[in-house]
Design a protein around this ligand. Sequence first.
Ligand code: ADE
Length: 464
Amino acid sequence: MTGGPPRPYSADAELAESGARRISYSQRSMPLLEALAARFRADRPFDGMTVAACLHVTAETAVLARTLRAGGAQVALAASNPLSTQDDIAAALAAGDGVAVFARAGVDRRTYYEHIALALGEYGATGPDLVIDDGGDLMNTLHDLLPRGNVSPRGDGLPARGTPAPRPPGSPRARRGSPPPRTPLARTPLGGCEGTTTGVLRLRRMAAEGALAFPVIAASDTPVKRLVDNTRGTGQSVIDGLLRASGVMLAGKVVVVAGFGACGTGIAECARGLGARVLVTEVDPVRALDAVLSGFRVLTLAEAAPIGEVFITATGTAEVITAEHMAMMRDGAILANAGHFDVEIDVRGLEALAAVVHPDVRPHTDMFELPDGRRLLLLAEGRVVNLVAADGHPPEVMDLAFGIEALALAWLAGNAEKLTPDVHPVPPDIDAEAARLVLAALGADIDSLTPAQRAYLASWHLGS
Ligand code: ADE
């Protein structure tokens, strides 16, 4: 550990004790990370390496940090959302696990980015060997700190490494200004891992411009993660956050889900499972068809606005629910966002529309009263509702998601030099290995192909 500025986590011993208890509780449901910690303890894939992580600071993230520590890594952790940090977990990790934590719940945007920069610089100006990100804010900050003038090998005259990628319109930093300049890092990390669809999209845009300086594995794209995390995990935890914040009964309610990708599908199915009448809005005809064939009514947001009682955005894009939509909504309509960034619901438009704002009518619920008396309820300030108003995905889900990322990081530790600075898929063996280890931990055996079946599958001559 180095000295440096005071670490912005709470050093409260009572808080750390409660955090440690919650980490142990989650750890019991994370057999894959437990198996990997045992393997890493023997193999030490990260010996002498530093890992900078930008993740929601939850009990499940703590178990991942412990797993990386078991493999010999020094770990510095910043939050991937200003509101999602669980302070007791941050305190426990810092106090008991030798992790340098830069996170506190409810920090402003400037502090949030400052924390990421501090995590990147924690182990000296050389910067981390490996990085793990959730949404792309670490990658952006990191690329701002890399030495300038380094043209990416794929650059072909495109922007130099370290040239900040243009911010997508509506991105938090585009809207509210850049963080202050900081000390540049001396070298580029070996590689990294990104766990969200939003982050992978940002990385692909960077790579297309030749601005990505090192290889990154897109962990959100594996079949296992899509199935377990994006669909099941998001479905359950978003509804959990919605219910905790609003306290409403979903049975019989008209719930509008904007976006029918992997996340929206899970949310729509979970809401239907609780008896809601679910409507879906989409821009993609194939997904819209999928929604129709799954039994959902598909319509435009303008059509849905006056009839919905609960609106949940899960699109990954900006300006989905606008002030015009809100102006048509029923009294008592609830607005929640499941997307990574707080750009899907026009919160400023809602503020402008309201005659009176009643903050915190329940924890994580603000009520906006319109001039005609109608009231709209905004959950979690329009930020990712499952992590702000609830605990995020359950540990079983994060076990697989983080297990894949831990395996990918270990693979990168030994193989990153073979990869170009681009966005790469998770090596297929890793996905299958993660699934196999979890099945083994759950006591589920599977069959193997017989030699005859292999021959059948390998041949095009064999028909009926
Ligand atoms: N993303 C979604 N759920 C999460 C959790 N429980 N911990 C960390 N990141 C998450």
